[in-house]
Design a protein around this ligand. Sequence first.
Ligand code: GDP
Ligand code: MG
Length: 712
Amino acid sequence: MSLKAALAGNPNCGKTTLFNALTGSSQYVGNWPGVTVEKIEGRLKTDKNIILTDLPGIYSLSPYTDDEVVSRNYLIREKPDLIINIIDASNLERNLYLTTQLAELGIPMILALNMTDIVRKNGDIIDVQKLSKHLGCPAVEISALKGTGLKQLTDTVQTALRERPIPTPPLFPQPLEKALSSVWDQKDFPQPPLFSRWLSVKILEGDRKIAEILPIPDEQKTKTAQSARILEKKYGDDIESLISAERYKTIENMLRDCYKRKIRDITVSDRVDSIVTNRWLSLPIFAVIMFSVYFISVTTVGSVATDWTNDVFFGEWIIPGLRNLMESAGTAPWAVSLTVDGIVGGVGAVLGFLPQMFILFLMLSFLEDCGYMTRVAFIMNRFFKKFGLSGKSFIPLLISSGCGVPGIMATKTIENEQNRRMTVITATFIPCGAKLPVIALISGAALGGAWWAAPAVYFTGIAAVACTGIILKKTKPFEGITAPFVMELPPYHWPAPRNLLIHVWERCRSFIVKAGTVIFLACTLIWFLSSFGFDETGFGMTSVEKSLLARTGSILAPLFIPLGFGNWEAAVATVTGLAAKENIVGTFGVLLNRGESGEIDAGLLTAVMNLFPSKAAAFSFLMFNILCAPCFAAIGAIRKQMGNPKWTIFAVAYQTLFAYTVSLIIYQFGRVISGEALSVGTLAAAAAVIVFIYALVRNPETEKRLFSRSRQ
Ligand code: GDP
Ligand code: MG
């Protein structure tokens, strides 16, 4: 029989790092709270009989958000054989608050004091023996990151699974204890053996969700509520605060006995933070850093590698080589075309962007893991609070720069429903990894490798989030108060290269897997649709202009004429992008080979450049595809988080409309700037700008007043 051990602890205390170290898996570690929002299971490397569960981080067992509910429900319903309470030892007081609650559950428990490398560096001393005595359960000092103390920890886990040490819950003052002991009426309602102390506390606190789980007789409920009111009167505070204050008192007493904190000078971390989070410098510094990240990965280092892969490796070696080989072996022409033009052309075009992706993710992971991105959330909180947006939304947004799906899932940590919806809607405005090939291709091809293009896409994404926040916040379904957001800044540290590489590899791997599956299928389909069609001789292989794809694409294309890319190729690429954004590149790859059969010198870049009449049209195409409805996987995640189809449709419709408006403005004004004549399109764009500005600056209160006056 397998034994179950659950990792429980505050957000960002190193649960996942420990989980990975103990199970040998490679779950995502991020240096900010709220990364693990679903529980994850794995078996211990040293003992396959023990199943370890990584739970979402929680500050307490009174859940306020969805991820906290996940953890609490797991502990109560699954009743693990052992809780490993992992604690950020450099932040004992706050972390022990959860410990005092876990200790009430009556489940065997051990403490893993993590981050002891930081404790040591700070010069603090923890008397582990004494702490363990206070809490009535074994405690081990570890550093999940450095890998110290792990052997002792697994030994302790094994012993604890045998000996089942039940921790000592904190003792409250007499009157509180008396009230607690009268929560259960033994005659009518025998108390459950496990969890009884914790449940008593929860019932006394009047926790509604507990009342839903346990069928407590009404009479009993009234009695408990009465004794709670009496206590509240006596102490002049509400019952929840009373109990929480008592917990902190217990912790204080405990720490006085077993913790020596060294008086500290200002650390390097503090000094860096005083610059990086400075009121005036923080935003420019952020802009410069992100600009460099996108510039380096898309335009400089990354692009050299990618150009070589696309033009030389695939363009000169693989594609012509394979074609010659197959032709000389007497393969049927259609099979040669399917393999070379369709599959290698399409999938290869996508894979060619792997070097850029690798460099982008390496830099993003570094910024994330060293602690800088947490500062960004903090800075953005200050900035966006002015518009009524929560800083908590920035964590999902930052995750979305890797992939929108986990980004959307991470919105679970946002308590406020309006803010959560808003974040779900805006998360995919931030360009994800799959959009990188599109950005790189368009900026490299049609924009002549412009240095500004890739960073501009990223910043437009952020601006789109901000504008959406401002616009929607002024509408009825989104109005409301933004919850205050308290954020801790963990000290900076050098990321472990292993962690960085795991993270980058995970991303690149899923990109390669996608190229071999979704994109492979899509390219095959595109090849088929672009090779077959009806012509004078009936249905069969035909030129690309007469293909099924060109004909269906031409039906859609007029929709995009106002945006400057009303050709069927661009329209088709936009649609295939819904399956996966890389498909946009794959589609161009297939079409290029189909169109140019035999002509080797014109690479992917030239062919794509020829599709767009001007730079404005190309940039408009790029922005539309970044901002419009995301891929199906992300739409699925939106559906899951919104929990109903109405909001899902709203989200996708809003995104697409927003994208259309932005692209219309870009293209139409771009035309005028480059000296072309005004047209109906220009008028429409001007109208769009006016509506957009109005939506940003309008004051709903004033409108309400005007409206009610005009009715009188
Ligand atoms: P979780 O949110 O509890 O799952 O925490 P993570 O495992 O994602 O870790 C949060 C951050 O703390 C990451 O940047 C880790 O690299 C870092 N970290 C984890 N364990 C240690 C440790 O023992 N020492 C130090 N210095 N950092 C650690
Ligand atoms: Mg985690």
